[in-house]
Design a protein. Structure first.
Length: 256
């Protein structure tokens, strides 16, 4: 990650660094670049033994993947962690001006008040390098200017720069959510959708289904399809840690 100095400046944004590395740095054509699926769970703590209750994930993803044993998170809590991951900047370089100002847990991620923040994210860098980008599920805590609230201005009803497709959570719950859905191939506008409290409205399942739709759409372009990046953000296991109804009687205790 690219960290800004204590005065808030940086030699290059993470967007510029990613775009350079993903395009010129690899020397690979678009069709030969790796696809990227970033699955970001919410407030999951490895040290508390959470993976013991997820044997399917452990066997199909963890065991078959890479372990970044030297990866450090600057502020491992909710939205500050997301802002540092997306921007490559330390928390103190993402903060709002004062203790009484709003933001994503005091992180200034608004596309209206601080448009440079999103434009400097690694998502826009991947898009500039030729990746098809998709945002699915929970991205930030405050999403009004990311197509979730038309009353705030154009930013509240349009896809953010560098986003090709999205199905993001405007409200953060396990049920009864407001979503912003958009596809740049059909225009820059977004549509708000409300889901209910039926079993099929469980947000983790919806995030999974939206992700599959996104991946299938890109791969469906054929053998020479461009590489894709999918941000997959379930709300789970954040409190109140509501399980899907089909797992409500799952004997998790026997796995611990």
């Amino acid at each position: 990650m690219v960290a800004a100095s204590q005065h808030g400046s940086a030699t290059a944004t993470v967007s510029q660094q990613v775009a350079t590395a993903a395009s010129a740095g690899t020397g690979l054509s678009l069709t030969n670049r790796s696809n990227i699926v970033l699955l970001l769970t919410d407030d999951q703590d490895l040290r508390l033994g959470s993976m013991l209750a997820m044997p399917f994930t452990a066997s199909h993803i963890t065991a078959a993947g890479a372990n970044l044993s030297n990866f450090f998170v600057h502020t491992p809590i909710c939205c500050p962690s997301r802002t540092t991951l997306l921007s490559g900047r330390y928390v103190h370089n993402n903060r709002v001006g004062g203790p009484h100002e709003g933001g994503c847990m005091r992180m200034n991620t608004s596309r209206i008040d601080n448009p440079a923040w999103w434009r400097g994210s690694f998502v826009t860098g991947l898009h500039d390098a030729g990746y098809v980008t998709g945002l699915i599920g929970k991205v930030l805590n405050v999403m009004e200017s990311y197509g979730c609230d038309p009353s705030v201005g154009p930013e509240g009803s349009r896809l953010a720069p560098g986003v090709d497709q999205q199905a993001v959570m405007c409200t953060i719950n396990y049920y009864d959510n407001l979503w912003s859905v958009g596809n740049a191939s059909q225009g820059p506008g977004t549509t708000l959708r409300k889901t209910g409290s039926a079993p099929e409205d469980y947000t983790t399942s919806l995030v999974g289904n939206y992700t599959l739709d996104f991946v299938k759409a890109v791969v469906g372009r054929g053998v020479g399809h461009p590489p894709f990046f999918a941000w997959v953000g379930p709300h789970a296991p954040h409190l109140p840690s509501t399980p899907a109804p089909w797992y409500s009687d799952h004997p998790v205790g026997q796995l611990l």
